[in-house]
Design a protein around this ligand. Structure first.
Ligand code: ADP
Length: 239
């Protein structure tokens, strides 16, 4: 896999508090990369810097070799999915998915085409006219993902997207997301504090501790050969 997105010597401070410290990270096209670590280790801040919602204090972010760290969020074309997926209750599934397109002034015809394509990709056509209250938690999360896919983004950035679901549904959605990743060839950066989730879902895992990567490797390598005491202890913990 070739380097697609590069974070080079990225640091981020809030006041005097350094949340991300001189981070280097390469993201390959088509990979499922998990950022795994305890709460407060800087995972969300990294995702927000990739998305363009938070500006790095120093360092560079490139996409296919071009600097993107000074571009506003809407010019980076990244899909973002949060845990509290914030669907609009008064809008149907199709209207929710269309919302980012409407916001950016895409024509009605193009919006309708894109929405239909995205909804078909995620196999939600049968519920496109329902309102969020008529959907299960899993279906709502699927709609949030569809909305993130509607611009055919370079990368899908997910922040604990399954955290609000109960265990059984979460496991089902994990399978579904892995299937979608493979089928659509998506590049996914997935933030989680759940070791089991990262181990089952990812091509690679970056284990974070206090704004730095302790180990970046395949799930097998992380599990079988943790390189630091922190990784060994964190992977060994059960949620
Ligand atoms: P994680 O996603 O690993 O839980 P975060 O990136 O959310 O970690 O946060 C890392 C640290 O940065 C936390 O201590 C958090 O309180 C702090 N932080 C995050 N955003 C801000 C902000 N806007 N202002 C001040 N501190 C922040």
């Amino acid at each position: 896999m070739s380097a697609f997105i590069n974070l080079e010597r990225i640091s981020k401070s809030f006041g005097t508090f350094k949340v991300v410290d001189d981070l280097d990270l390469e993201i390959a096209k088509g990979e499922f990369l998990s950022l795994l670590g305890p709460s407060g280790s800087g995972k969300t801040t990294i995702l927000m810097m990739l998305a363009g919602f938070v500006e790095p204090s120093s360092g560079a972010i490139t996409l296919e070799g071009k600097r993107i760290d000074h571009l506003p969020a809407h010019r980076r074309n990244m899909g973002v999915v949060f845990q509290n997926y914030a669907l609009f209750p008064h809008m149907t599934v199709a209207e929710n998915v269309a919302f980012p397109l409407v916001m950016r002034g895409v024509s009605k015809t193009e919006a309708a085409e894109r929405v239909a394509r995205a909804i078909d990709m995620v196999q939600l056509t049968h519920i496109k006219d329902r309102k969020p209250a008529q959907l299960s938690g899993g279906q709502q999360q699927r709609v949030a993902l569809t909305r993130a896919l509607v611009f055919e983004p370079n990368v899908v950035l997910m922040d604990e997207p399954l955290g609000a679901l109960d265990k059984q549904l979460r496991e089902h959605m994990q399978l579904e997301l892995r299937e979608l990743h493979r089928r659509l060839g998506l590049t996914i950066v997935f933030v989680t504090h759940d070791q089991g989730e990262a181990l089952t879902m990812s091509n690679r895992i970056a284990v974070f501790n206090a704004g730095q990567i302790e180990q970046l490797a395949s799930p097998e390598a992380i599990y079988d050969h943790p390189e630091t005491r922190f990784v060994a202890e964190f992977i060994g913990e059960t949620n």
